[in-house]
Design a protein around this ligand. Structure first.
Ligand code: HEC
Ligand code: HEC
Length: 194
């Protein structure tokens, strides 16, 4: 609850600053941009997101981020190893709740993780390093700010708020996450010192 209150205050302060930059034009002040980034960072490093963005080549599971069962590996294209592709177990949607907990979650565009060339690591990196990586096209899969924003509507990202029975969704509401992202971008996507 404290976290939610903090998030709302963060968003509110970012939104309120919309009109008060010295140059006018609705820019968000950099300090508010940093506060908005902190909300974004909290989502990116939540287990529902970070479990597919690990430091090593094994996806993670659960709130504790334990290594994936069955020694599942990233594989050459982020889709698993031959015979143990992600989609062998992860279907096009979450199984119905009647199947119980601990079933493999699914998404319409094919469950997978980033490639070995661009692993997009969210786990174990500082806020400043994560921020720099996320907005750098050389390290984020060639995405500019518009493409990054569009990616936030990808089924893999949306899944974090409907992760299936037995998994806690990302606690920051999705609308608050998107508002924080937009406030961060409008402030020029400032990053904390690495
Ligand atoms: C099932 C695995 C999976 C989950 C879960 C997942 N992602 Fe990703 N993410 C990927 C893949 C794969 C890519 C690379 C782009 C692609 O192939 O679609 C990616 C790329 C990204 C990118 C753009 C690249 C970058 O690092 O700047 C962002 C931002 C992102 N994810 C955010 C999230 C957020 C936020 C969540 C949770 C709400 C999340 N992801 C959950 C697999 C996942
Ligand atoms: C042999 C079947 C199997 C394969 C292959 C498999 N998974 Fe899973 N995966 C599961 C099961 C079952 C769960 C649910 C575990 C649980 O909830 O206890 C799961 C859960 C996950 C989670 C955890 C979600 C969370 O936040 O707790 C992630 C992330 C994940 N898998 C990624 C992958 C990726 C990426 C691949 C391919 C590289 C893959 N899996 C391949 C069976 C599989």
């Amino acid at each position: 609850m404290n976290k939610l209150v903090f998030t709302i205050i963060t968003i509110a302060s970012a939104a309120c600053s919309g009109g008060r930059s010295s140059s006018g034009g609705g820019m968000v002040a950099a300090g508010d941009g940093l506060a908005a980034w902190e909300t974004v960072r909290g989502v990116l490093q939540h287990p529902r997101c970070a479990n597919c963005h690990p430091a090593g080549d094994q996806p993670l599971q659960g709130d504790e981020g334990r290594p994936h069962n069955q020694n599942v590996q990233r594989g050459p294209a982020g889709r698993g190893m031959v015979g143990a592709e992600c989609t062998t177990c992860h279907g096009p949607a979450n199984p119905p709740a009647s199947y119980g907990a601990h079933t493999p979650p699914g998404v319409s565009n094919g469950w997978h993780m980033p490639t070995p060339e661009q692993p997009l690591v969210f786990v174990g990196v500082s806020s400043g390093a994560l921020c720099a990586q996320v907005k750098d096209p050389a390290h984020n899969g060639g995405k500019d700010m518009a493409a990054l924003r569009a990616h936030l509507d990808d089924p893999l990202v949306q899944w974090g708020w409907s992760p299936g029975l037995g998994r806690a969704p990302v606690p920051t509401p999705r609308a608050a996450f998107l508002a924080a992202w937009d406030a961060w971008a409008a402030a020029g996507a400032p990053c904390p010192a690495p």
